[in-house]
Write a protein of this length. Structure first.
Lengths: 113, 113
C-alpha cells in the first residue's frame, strides 16, 4: 500500500538555525498538509497546499515557516531561525481530493537545543 | 482550541467485547469526520470516516455513528482485539476549502486479554 514518507525521522538543531523537513506524499494525491504535535498536546494544523500554492495556513504558520514542492514528488517544510518552542513532532499528510481521508507519514521529531 | 473534544483520556476493554470511543464537537460547520489510530513512533493511521449526510458508516469491525443534533460522534469496535490497543483520535473538517483537520486530544484504548 502506498504511503507518505518523511525524512529525517529525528532532527536535532541548535536554536536560531534553519531546518528543512522533507516529505514524499502519495504519488496521485493532490492535497498536501503539515501538522505538528507538541509533546502532550493535540495534533494541530499548520498549512495546506494545493495546485502549487498555500490554500490555508494557521496562526502558527508565520513568516518563520515556508513550504515548497520543488519537484513532482517532494513537499518540504522550512523553519528559519528555529526557537525552543518549535520542538515538536511534525507530520506530513496528503489526500487525493475532497471527501477523501488524509494519510499521514510517521513524522519527524524536531528537537531544538 | 476546544472545537473537538475527546473527554476520556483512556479506556480499558476486555478482548472480545465492544469498545466505544466518544467525541464531541462545537463547530456546526464541520461536515466530515474521521477516526485515526496511532501507535507510538508512528503517524496517525486512517480508520474510518463519515460525512454529515449520513448518520452511520461501517467498515468491518469498525462503525462510526454521527449525531448532528448533539454534535457527537462515536466509534464502535467489535469485537475488540489486542492489536486495537492504541491512541484513537477523532478529527473534523469542512469539506469545502482546504479541509484542514481539527483533532481531539485522543483516547488511549487498552484491550485486556
Amino acid at each position: 500500500e502506498p504511503e507518505v514518507t518523511q525524512t529525517p525521522s529525528h532532527q536535532v538543531t541548535q536554536m536560531g538555525q534553519e531546518v528543512i523537513l522533507r516529505c514524499v506524499p502519495i504519488s496521485n494525491h493532490l492535497y498536501f498538509y503539515w501538522y505538528r504535535q507538541i509533546l502532550g498536546q493535540k495534533v494541530e494544523f499548520l498549512v495546506s497546499f494545493y495546485n502549487n500554492e498555500i490554500s490555508e495556513k494557521s496562526e502558527i504558520f508565520d513568516d518563520q515557516f515556508s513550504v515548497e514542492r520543488p519537484d513532482g514528488s517532494n513537499f518540504t517544510l522550512k523553519i528559519r531561525s528555529t526557537k525552543l518552542e518549535d520542538s515538536a513532532m511534525y507530520f506530513c499528510a496528503s489526500s487525493p481530493g475532497q471527501l477523501q481521508p488524509q494519510h499521514f507519514g510517521d513524522g519527524t521529531r524536531l528537537s531544538i537545543l | 482550541d476546544q472545537q473537538v473534544k475527546q473527554n476520556s483520556p483512556s479506556l480499558s476493554v476486555q478482548e472480545g467485547r465492544i469498545s466505544i470511543l466518544n467525541c464531541d464537537y462545537t463547530n456546526s460547520m464541520f461536515d466530515y469526520f474521521l477516526w485515526y489510530k496511532k501507535y507510538p513512533a508512528e503517524g496517525p493511521t486512517f480508520l474510518i470516516s463519515i460525512s454529515s449526510i449520513k448518520d452511520k458508516n461501517e467498515d468491518g469491525r469498525f462503525t462510526v455513528f454521527l449525531n448532528k443534533s448533539a454534535k457527537h460522534l462515536s466509534l464502535h469496535i467489535v469485537p475488540s482485539q489486542p492489536g486495537d490497543s492504541a491512541v484513537y483520535f477523532c478529527a473534523a473538517s469542512i469539506i469545502q476549502g482546504a479541509q484542514k483537520l481539527v483533532f481531539g486530544q485522543g483516547t488511549r484504548l487498552t484491550i485486556n486479554p
